[in-house]
Design a protein around this ligand. Structure first.
Ligand code: FPP
Length: 218
């Protein structure tokens, strides 16, 4: 049995990859989607229960409108074409973050979650419009209102990651050593790997190597 419950990933470097190889940032996002598919396959093979992907942060709204539009069209297309397949593979999709996109995308996200909600092989937590500080402030507000005791367990119950075990591994690609407001509470005890490679260049082998390093030390 693989002792890993949860791997979280900050998929950084798409824009730089796109500029470097195709002279446009968006090409990197498209290529990044291929890496996501590879990483999902390895996660299943490795019997990892949760894979959390930072796909769009609250900060990402500052990007050019055309890039934001492109990212959401990629996401929409991904869900429309792949959700059946994910469902068949017994994969559950959960969105963490605020679903306040276009009514069409919100509906598609809800439908995708609904369709896959009873699946048990792998849970993909897609962090979309997610920011950890906002999540924590909200959780504290709700906990205060509930009048329950302020402790770790009760706070966990109000986080968007409620029912998701904390990640044993956090990976950030793209040669930047920052957490960028991602799962700040949840990574308290995670092993953190900062990878030099840009996300589209991150391979199955790179991912397996990290998993092996962590599980070997267990
Ligand atoms: C970070 O690279 C990546 C993102 C902000 C988006 C991640 C999206 C995908 C991998 C593909 C789309 C998939 C979904 C599910 C929407 P960056 O653009 O910050 O790279 P840079 O640091 O080189 O600028």
């Amino acid at each position: 049995m693989n002792p890993l419950n949860h791997v979280a990933i900050i998929m950084d470097g798409n824009g730089r990859w796109g500029l470097k190889y195709k002279k446009q940032r968006n090409a990197g996002h498209k290529e990044g989607l291929n890496t996501i598919e590879k990483i999902i396959k390895v996660s299943i093979k490795q019997k990892i229960k949760h894979l959390t992907l930072y796909a769009f942060s609250t900060e990402n709204w500052k990007r050019p409108k055309s890039e934001i539009k492109y990212l959401f069209s990629l996401l929409e297309n991904f869900l429309l074409t792949k959700i059946e397949d994910l469902n068949k593979q017994n994969i559950k999709l959960k969105i963490i973050g605020l679903k306040n996109f276009s009514p069409k995308l919100n509906k598609l996200l809800r439908q995708s979650e609904q369709k896959t909600k009873n699946n048990t092989k792998l849970q993909i937590n897609l962090a979309l419009n997610y920011g950890s500080k906002f999540e924590l402030i909200n959780a504290f507000k709700k906990l205060k209102k509930s009048k329950k005791k302020i402790n770790e367990k009760n706070l966990n119950d109000y986080l968007q990651t409620k029912d998701i075990p904390d990640p044993e591994i956090l990976i950030r690609t793209g040669n930047t050593k920052r957490l960028s407001n991602f799962l700040l509470w949840q990574v308290a005890y995670s092993e953190i790997f900062f990878e030099k490679k840009l996300w589209p260049d991150f391979t199955r082998k790179d991912y397996n190597k990290i998993i092996k390093m962590v599980t070997f030390n267990e």
